[in-house]
Structures are given as C-alpha cells and as structure tokens.
Design a protein around this ligand. Structure first.
Ligand SMILES: O=c1cc[nH]c(=O)[nH]1
Length: 168
C-alpha cells in the first residue's frame, strides 16, 4: 500500500479544537493519553483555554497485553487533577487503531470514579478496530496496512509532525 500523504499536524490540532469547542462545558476535563495524546491535549488546551486543567494518563499497566510487553522504559505518571465523578471527560489521543488503548484508558479512568460521560478526540483514525470504540472528534481518516505505523512527534521547532513507518 502506498504511504499516505501526511497532513500538517498543527493545522489538525486547530481543526480538532474547532470540532470540540461547541461541546466544551465549563466542567469538561481534557485527558491526554501518553505520549502523543498528551501532546495533542496540551495544544488543545492552548487553543481552547478550558476552565479546567488537563489530565494525563499512562495506560501501560492497563493494557491487555501488559504481561507480554512488560513495562515501557518511559512510563509517565498519570495525573488526573480533578475529581472525575459526574464529570464529562474528553479523552485525547493521536491515533485511533484497534481501540485497545482507548479501552485501557477508560478502565483506568473508572478506577478514579464514575464520569458522567467520556468521549474520544483523535487526530487520526486509521481503521482496524477490534473493539466497539468510536471517536466523536476526528480530523483525519486514513486506511493503512498492518505493517504501517503512524508516529506523531515534536519536530526540531517543537511543532507536532507526522511520520509514517513501514515495518515491512
Ligand atoms: O499507527 C499507529 C497505531 C497506533 N498508535 C500509533 O501511534 N500509531
């Protein structure tokens, strides 16, 4: 499969903020999934100026393949700055693929309390779902082969950018 033309990730963050803005309530908390989702959540917070601080999740311990993969050397602390009970949450990730990362994030969030709702915002939906998970806010739908991986990272200028790796 030919590699996709990669969009401007910073422009996508602006488009994602525009999609989220009408749905943002004063108590809504954005929570980024480490690491790409946490970067995107920070950009969204700059753009949306939400009334609440943003959170960050490291879902390493909650993955269903944790026993196979072991602990990633760069586990980051989970920070949920406000009570999640009864609150609307927007989970933020860079790429939605099988849905297993999202499931792990939801499981982790429910260990903190019972949110009123959780929706999902992603820059890219690459298809390939293995679970009934859907991104309400999404800026890019792209079909990729199993061996391809989308990688979001900050460039030398600190701006977010995409790379696509072919693990053939
Ligand atoms: O391509 C992919 C799939 C899952 N997660 C990523 O960051 N990239």
């Amino acid at each position: 499969m030919p590699l996709p033309i990669l969009p401007d990730a910073e422009a996508q963050c602006i488009a994602l903020a525009d999609l989220i803005r009408p749905h943002l309530q004063p108590t809504t908390m954005l929570i980024g999934i480490h690491s790409g989702g946490a970067w995107v959540a920070r950009r969204l917070a700059e753009l949306l100026q939400p009334a609440t601080p943003i959170g960050q999740l490291d879902i390493s311990f909650y993955r269903d393949d944790f026993s196979k993969r072991g602990l990633h050397p760069q586990v980051k602390p989970t920070r949920i700055p406000l009570d999640v009970d009864g609150r609307s949450l927007i989970l933020v990730d860079d790429v939605l693929y099988t849905g297993r990362t999202t499931r792990a994030a939801i499981n982790e969030l429910f260990d903190y309390g019972r949110p009123a709702s959780i929706s999902l915002a992603v820059l890219a939906d690459r298809g390939g779902r293995e679970l009934p998970i859907y991104a309400e806010f999404c800026t890019w739908q792209v079909a990729l082969g199993e061996r391809e991986e989308l990688v979001l990272e900050p460039g030398p200028d600190g701006k977010l950018q995409w790379r696509c790796e072919d693990h053939a």
